[in-house]
Design a protein around this ligand. Structure first.
Ligand code: PMT
Length: 393
C-alpha cells in the first residue's frame, strides 16, 4: 500500500517518525510531506532516512516537481494520513484552501484521507475547531483520536495525538476479515440525561467514545450504521447516521423507530430509572427542608426490547461493573437475552470517558479477554469477534 504521510506543525510531529517506520515495517511505500511549521519540529533529513524517499515541503520546488509533481503524488497515494493534524491544518482543509503543498495534495487526491488531530485541549474544545472537524467528517475524512492525557503544555485533557503504533494498525486494518456489507447495525452510545426540573438532570460519566468507536468499526466493515446517542461532543464517524437523544425514553423510542436491525450493540450507559414527575418549574431550596426526595421509576430496558424482536437481531450488550465483573455480566447477558456481553470494569480512570478500555467478552460458547487498549482498536477486535460468533451460528 502507498501511503502519503502529511505532517503539520506541533510537538507531536516527532511521533510521525515512528509512524513512518511502522508503516514501512508493515510493507508500505511511504512518502512524506511536511508543512513549513512541521519542519520546525522534525527535520526532513530524519524523515527521508526513515521513509527511504525524498521528503517534500514546498509546492515551489522545481527539482522535486520535475521528479514526481504534486498532482502525480496525489494520484500515487492509496491513503493519506495527516499526523499530527494541527488546528491550523484542520481549518485550512475545512475551507478547501491550497496554500501549501500538503493542502494542495489533499484537494487533488481521490484517496481516503485520515487525520490524527493533536493540539492543546482548550484549542481542541474550541467551537471553531469542532465546526471544522464536523465539516471534514461530513466530507468523509476519517478521524482517529485525539487521545486524552498529559500534554506537552503541562495541561491534561483531550488533544494528544494517538500513538503511532495504533495509527498504523488502524490505517492498515480497515477490517478486511469482516464483510458486513448489507447488514444494518444499530448502536447506542453515551449516557442519557433524566430531567429533574427544567435546569437539572440525572446523568452519568459515559462520553460515548466506546459506542462511537464501534460505529466507526462497523462502518469500516461495510455495514449501514445508525448511532443513537445521548448528549456528547464527539464528531460523527464518516458514513454513519446519527440520532441525538436525551433521555432513556427517547433512546428507546429511537430504537423502536428502526424497523430492521441485523446487529444491535448497546454501548450506552442508559439510566435505569427516571424521575417520576420532573418539576415544571425550577425546584427551590427552602429553609424548612434539609432533605429532598425524588421518586424514580424504572426506564424500559432497550436491549431487552431488541432481544424480544422476531426475527431476533444479533444482540450485544455491555456491562459496566465496579466488582464481580464476570458474575454480574453473565447474569445480565442471560436476563436481557444478549448473544454477547462485553464486560468492562469501571471506576476511577477505567472505562467511562477514557480513550482506552479493557474488556472480557462472554457469549454462550466462550469467553475472550481483550487487554487494555485504545477504544478504536478494541472496537475493531470486537466487530471481528461478533462476526466470528455470527458465522458460527
Ligand atoms: O462512553 P464511554 O465513556 O466510552 O464509556 C464506555 C462505557 C463504559 C459506558 C461502555 O463501555 C459500557 O459499559 N456501556 C454500558 C454501561 C451500562 O449502562 O451498563 P449496565 O450494566 O448498566 O447495562 C447493561 C446493558 O443494558 C448495556 O448494554 C446497556 O446499554 C443496556 N441497557 C441498560 C439499561 C436500559 N434501560 N436499557 C439498556 O439497553
Amino acid at each position: 500500500m502507498r501511503i502519503l504521510v502529511g505532517i503539520s506543525g506541533g510537538i507531536a510531529a516527532y511521533k510521525a517518525i515512528t509512524l513512518v517506520r511502522r508503516l514501512r515495517e508493515a510493507g508500505c511505500e511511504v512518502r512524506v510531506v511536511l508543512t513549513e511549521a512541521a519542519a520546525q519540529f522534525v527535520t526532513p533529513l530524519s524523515l527521508q532516512a526513515v521513509s527511504g524517499a525524498p521528503v517534500r515541503a514546498s509546492l515551489f520546488d522545481a527539482e522535486a516537481e520535475a521528479g514526481m509533481d504534486h498532482i502525480a503524488l496525489a494520484r500515487w497515494a492509496d491513503q493519506v494520513i495527516i499526523a499530527p493534524a494541527s488546528a491550523d491544518v484542520l481549518a485550512r482543509m475545512a475551507q478547501g484552501m491550497a496554500n501549501d503543498l500538503l493542502t494542495t495534495l489533499i484537494l487533488a487526491t481521490t484517496a481516503p484521507v485520515t487525520i490524527a488531530p493533536a493540539m492543546n485541549r482548550q484549542m481542541w474544545a474550541h467551537p471553531a475547531v469542532q465546526a471544522n472537524l464536523a465539516t471534514l467528517t461530513a466530507r468523509g475524512v476519517r478521524v482517529i483520536g485525539p487521545a486524552s492525557g498529559s500534554q506537552a503544555c503541562g495541561e491534561v485533557g483531550a488533544g494528544r495525538m494517538v500513538e503511532p503504533e495504533i495509527l498504523a494498525a488502524q490505517l492498515l486494518a480497515p477490517n478486511p476479515s469482516v464483510n458486513w456489507r448489507g447488514k444494518r447495525v444499530v448502536i447506542t452510545a453515551g449516557g442519557t440525561q433524566e430531567p429533574i426540573d427544567p435546569v437539572r438532570f440525572i446523568a452519568n460519566r459515559s462520553s460515548g467514545k466506546m459506542g462511537f468507536a464501534l460505529a466507526a468499526a462497523a462502518q469500516a466493515a461495510g455495514a449501514t450504521v445508525t448511532l443513537i446517542c445521548g448528549p456528547n461532543a464527539l464528531a460523527t464517524p464518516a458514513g454513519v447516521a446519527r440520532v441525538n437523544v436525551q433521555t432513556a425514553l427517547d433512546m428507546h423510542a429511537a430504537m423502536m423507530d428502526i424497523a430492521q436491525i441485523d446487529v444491535f450493540i448497546g454501548a450506552a450507559a442508559v439510566a435505569d430509572y427516571r424521575v417520576a414527575e420532573p418539576a415544571v418549574q425550577k425546584i427551590k431550596k427552602t429553609a424548612a427542608a434539609d432533605t429532598l426526595t425524588l421518586t424514580l421509576v424504572k426506564n424500559p430496558d432497550i436491549i431487552h426490547s431488541v432481544a424480544q424482536r422476531s426475527p431476533k437481531p444479533f444482540v450485544v450488550g455491555f456491562a459496566a461493573e465496579t466488582e464481580q465483573l464476570r458474575h454480574y455480566a453473565s447474569q445480565k447477558r442471560m436476563a436481557k437475552g444478549m448473544d454477547l456481553i462485553c464486560a468492562n470494569q469501571v471506576g476511577e480512570n477505567l472505562g467511562f470517558d477514557q480513550p482506552d478500555n479493557a474488556i472480557t467478552a462472554i457469549w454462550a460458547g466462550g469467553e475472550q479477554v481483550f487487554e487494555r487498549s485504545d477504544k478504536a482498536v478494541l472496537a475493531t477486535q470486537l466487530v471481528e469477534l461478533m462476526n466470528k460468533i455470527i458465522e458460527q451460528g
